[in-house]
Design a protein around this ligand. Structure first.
Ligand SMILES: Nc1ncnc2c1ncn2[C@@H]1O[C@H](COP(=O)(O)OP(=O)(O)O)[C@@H](O)[C@H]1O
Ligand SMILES: [Mg+2]
Length: 314
């Protein structure tokens, strides 16, 4: 069934998937609203790609259920595949075809009727017209990525599933790419995007953090930060890595992370963390201040406190 009035473009519950004795996706539930950019964060091997493939009907879950664009992820996977734009982790195109030829090739795969117009429209909307006849192999990383996006949008999907679309792309091209995503979202297109770049997490309307197949936190960036209840202090000065090691074993300290010239010290106990930090710098020239806990602090915390239960027998 497909009902355009429904609230969520992705609405899945308790998805599970095992490969052998590896519990790769463990009770994952997720709702993505219309026009929302939803970030899927997590370290390599945490189950992001597998979750995405479950949601778009490319893989069948061992258990769990849900809909994507209103279609049942198990029974209506054909409709889902036809109606989403899926950019796989390593999008591939023919390097020795031109941009236009590559797009035309994808349009043929989708069996589109008005191929020529669709390709023209796509070239225009992404500002690729002037490069239409350029060989794809000669494009910069940023332009290759724009081509990948154009290709998965040829059939005008309402939902984009982008699997680490900016991996290995330079910062300027990544910024341009995100501006494009926000333009698309403003037109009502929904985006589920996996990434392990922290700055990208902050550009999502909502996000979920997944590690070892389990969803450990989700919500807006500030909801995710608040959910862990961490207080964080920053310490500026010399020899921070030594201090970091020392503080790590101090009662009240749950985490220490060196960020360039600052050491972030976090803990769940507000008073204990302050006492630990004050004591650590007493009699030194180190400067301390309480700071807002950042997304990166929280992700590191979630990661280090999650258990590797991947190999556990079922
Ligand atoms: N088809 C498969 N068969 C066996 N193991 C797989 C398969 N696909 C993925 N895995 C394993 O599942 C885990 C999660 O992989 P993946 O979903 O690709 O994570 P991510 O995208 O977060 O890096 C990894 O340990 C990976 O090796
Ligand atoms: Mg992946």
């Amino acid at each position: 069934m497909n009902d355009d009035t429904q609230q969520y473009v992705i609405d899945v519950h308790d998805l599970n998937k095992r490969f052998g004795n590896k519990h790769v996706v463990n009770n994952v539930s997720l709702q993505v609203g219309r026009g929302e950019i939803f970030g899927f964060l997590g370290p390599n091997g945490s189950g992001k790609t597998t979750s995405i493939r479950l949601m778009c009907g490319l893989l069948t879950p061992d258990s769990g259920s849900g809909t994507c664009l209103g279609y049942d992820i198990v029974r209506e996977s054909e409709q889902i595949k036809r109606n989403v734009g899926y950019m796989t982790q390593r999008f591939s195109y023919w390097e020795d075809l031109t941009i236009r030829e590559n797009l035309d090739f994808v349009a043929r795969i989708y069996q589109m009727r008005n191929r020529r117009e669709a390709v023209d429209r796509s070239l225009e909307s992404l500002g690729l017209q002037t490069r239409a006849n350029q060989l794809t192999g000669s494009l910069s990383g940023g332009w290759k990525q724009r081509l990948a996006l154009a290709a998965c949008m040829l059939h005008e999907p309402k939902l984009l599933l982008l699997d680490e679309p900016t991996a290995g792309v330079d910062p300027t091209a990544r910024r341009d790419f995100w501006e494009e995503l926000h333009r698309l979202a403003a037109t009502g297109i929904s985006v589920l995007v996996s990434t392990h770049y922290m700055d990208e997490a902050e550009r999502c309307h909502k996000l979920a953090y997944i590690a070892y197949g389990k969803m450990l936190a989700r919500g807006t960036a500030s909801e995710v930060i608040e959910s862990q209840g961490l207080s964080t202090w920053s310490i500026h000065g010399e020899h921070l890595s030594k201090l970091s090691e020392q503080l790590r074993t101090t009662p009240g300290v749950d985490q220490t992370v060196v960020f360039g010239s600052a050491l972030h010290v976090s803990g769940r106990d507000h008073e204990a963390i302050e006492a630990a930090v004050r004591q650590a710098v007493a009699g030194t020239s180190l400067r301390i201040e309480p700071i807002g806990t950042g997304l990166e602090d929280v992700f590191i915390y979630l990661m280090s406190h999650s258990k590797d239960n991947f190999g556990a027998p079922s």
